[in-house]
Design a protein around this ligand. Structure first.
Ligand SMILES: [Zn+2]
Length: 286
């Protein structure tokens, strides 16, 4: 069922892309369950894009409740090769201001309760993850964002925390001491799963606030965050529309073969049941 080469995962404040032609609205079942919502196939200036709202339309799921394996598997089963994900984030640095956009380069994982792999259950596999985001996509996004006048930061480290409560001040200061630039709740395990599925993945983080480390900030007000989410979402849509023309072309990065040498379980010892599941996303390996 090849429907789109480009996938977009919308984050908080980005639940649909308005003003585009909807071609299909698909309810997809994967061996890992159902994704967060139907996947909408939209036509943006002649380019087909598979759009999935990470938290479901209307924002029904907390970060730890999202079925990330099903989300990534569903996009893979539709033929997606490039994912642009959007995510709200908090800033851990003075120079990263609210409404700035960030394409992080590294992740520090502080999540606790999430399935971060398609492997296991009788088939062991380990991917390389030294560079968690696709470098090719990053290079494509930078000039597009700059052309639109979006204040963009690159080469930052993202802390992915469990949530759903925001950080304590002690945690926020700890992360700052590690040199991290931003914090969100969803890059893990989305980035690992996309890499395992051999999909190029880049997340565009949109700053809403200064987390809670700044001593002159009373606390992170939810009203302020929601207001900034809406403004960010307008910029995200502008970025996306310009970006789509650039992506979905030849992939000369390492992502397309990420799992080729990852599987270490001996061929004759692999679980038959798990092989059946993995065949859905790795037809060429199983
Ligand atoms: Zn890539």
């Amino acid at each position: 069922m090849k429907k789109a080469k480009i996938g977009v995962i919308g984050g908080s404040g980005l639940y649909e892309i308005e003003g585009v032609k909807v071609i299909d609205n698909l309810s997809i079942d994967t061996p890992w369950g159902s994704p967060s919502d139907n996947v909408t196939i939209v036509d943006v200036n002649g380019i087909h894009v598979a759009f999935l709202p990470r938290h479901g339309k209307g924002h029904r799921m907390l970060p730890h409740e999202v079925n990330y394996t099903a989300n990534i598997a569903a996009l893979k089963m539709l033929g997606v090769e490039d994912i642009i994900a959007f995510s709200a984030c908090g800033s851990l640095k003075e120079e990263i201001k609210p409404l700035d956009f960030i394409i992080p380069d590294q992740i520090i994982d502080r999540t606790k309760s999430r399935t971060s792999t398609f492997f296991g259950n009788g088939i062991a596999g380990h991917i390389s993850f030294a560079h968690p985001f696709c470098q090719r996509l990053k290079k494509l996004i930078i000039p597009v964002a700059e052309n639109l006048g979006i204040n963009l930061h690159i080469d930052e480290t993202l802390i992915c925390m469990e949530g759903p409560a925001f950080s304590t001040r002690a945690e926020s200061n700890l992360y700052r001491s590690w040199g991290a630039g931003i914090i969100n709740m969803t890059a893990v395990p989305e980035a690992q799963l996309a890499r395992e599925a051999e999909i190029c993945y880049s997340v565009v983080c949109m700053s809403t606030d200064y987390d809670c480390w700044r001593v002159d900030e009373e606390h992170v007000s939810v009203e302020l965050i929601i207001g900034n989410l809406m403004k960010n979402s307008a910029n995200a849509k502008r970025l996306l529309k310009s970006l789509l023309i650039e992506i979905g072309k030849e992939r000369d990065c390492e992502c397309p073969t990420a799992s080729k040498y990852a599987i270490i379980t001996a061929e004759n010892m692999r679980s038959i049941e798990q092989k059946e599941k993995l065949r859905k996303i790795f037809p060429e390996y199983f």
